[in-house]
Write a protein that binds this ligand. Structure first.
Ligand SMILES: O=P(O)(O)OC[C@H]1O[C@H](O)[C@H](O)[C@@H](O)[C@@H]1O
Length: 326
């Protein structure tokens, strides 16, 4: 089921997706921003700050903000670009339903069928949102574009985000991009990431100097802000305490940003609780190191699929192959 509702506390419009098994997701039109993803037990899987501000120009702190057309400070625009603090609209003519999109190249076709009436979408609720350039955007980024986000809540509760950028201009443009995913974790110091070992990363805390990851897996005991470059398509985030593993699969987004502000930065952020850094971890499918250039009429596509599975891990008995294969 797909429903557009007005949030009682913030007055903002959001789309609620409900899957027959009981999982849910919600997407705010402000920012084209996924702000909730719950499993069939009603447990929230994304972190959303208790101090999040639902008012422009501030982006919502938590969920999955979209960084476009610039990630971080990699350019002259405001941090993470403007897509996350603009109002998006629901696409009245979405491309064919979810199954037709995975790996296909027919995303340009349109259909007049409505999300709610489509037979396959009865089982896999989805919504398509669009952000087009307006006059305000044109002043700061003089390119005509169309940015589309499809959010699909799959059977079993997997959450897939498919993003498309189309150059509707008469000249090339270049951008960087990230799906800035805030995962909810029990205690970040009990979490490890597998799938990024031995990779190179740019350290945002050291003027983006390039290092090579040395450890077997990544664990957390201080602030981290890294861009792992050219990563595998599958990354596992293992929450020991919750006995839950997030599996993140991505396409078209070669890099992965890992961020936790830790104590000092947490205190400095107005829209983030002092202790909340313990309960979140950002792992972001991204295209940062090699910016993407589109010629007029060209389209780029990026995809991130998240699933939350019971962890088969026990402290000291890690077997990455169990999570990273298959
Ligand atoms: O505070 P924001 O603008 O939302 O950015 C939050 C964080 O996003 C990314 O993870 C960047 O790598 C960090 O450098 C930044 O601090």
């Amino acid at each position: 089921m797909v429903e557009l509702v007005k949030d009682g506390s913030t007055g903002m419009e959001k789309v609620v997706l409900r899957e027959p098994g009981g999982a849910t997701a919600q997407v705010h039109l402000y920012g084209g921003h996924v702000t909730s993803w719950k499993n069939d037990k009603g447990e929230e899987l994304l972190f959303l700050s208790s101090k999040a501000i639902f008012k422009p120009p501030k982006a919502i702190r938590g969920g999955i903000p979209i960084c476009f057309p610039q990630f971080g400070t990699f350019g002259s625009l405001e941090q993470h670009g403007f897509a996350r603090n603009r109002f998006w609209v629901i696409d009245p003519n979405p491309p064919p339903p979810p199954t037709a999109l995975t790996g296909g190249n027919n995303g340009n076709g349109t259909t007049s069928s409505n999300n709610n009436n489509n037979s396959s979408s009865k089982h896999q609720p989805f919504v398509d949102l669009i952000l087009k350039h307006g006059e305000d955007e044109h002043k700061i980024w003089p390119h005509s574009f169309e940015l589309c986000l499809r959010v699909v809540l799959g059977l079993g509760g997997d959450l897939t985000l498919i993003t498309r950028v189309r150059n509707t201009d008469s000249k090339n443009f270049t951008f960087t991009f990230a799906l800035h995913t805030y995962l909810s974790v029990s205690d970040v110091s009990e979490v490890r990431i597998e799938g990024l070992e031995t990779l190179d990363y740019l350290d945002n805390l050291k003027d983006r100097e390039r290092f090579t990851e040395q450890g077997n897996a990544i664990t957390f005991d201080a602030e981290v802000d890294r861009i792992y470059v050219g990563t595998p398509t599958k990354i596992a985030i293992i929450d020991h305490e919750k006995k839950r593993t997030f599996v993140l699969k991505k396409e078209g987004l070669p890099d992965a940003v890992v961020w936790n502000p830790w104590e000092k930065k947490a205190r400095a952020m107005v829209d983030f609780g002092d202790e909340e850094y313990k309960h979140m971890l950002c792992v972001e499918a991204a295209a940062v190191e090699k910016p993407i250039t589109l010629k007029p009429g060209e389209e780029w596509r990026g995809r991130q699929e998240l699933s939350a599975v019971p962890s088969s891990y026990f402290s000291g008995q890690l077997d990455p192959s169990k999570v990273l294969q298959g």
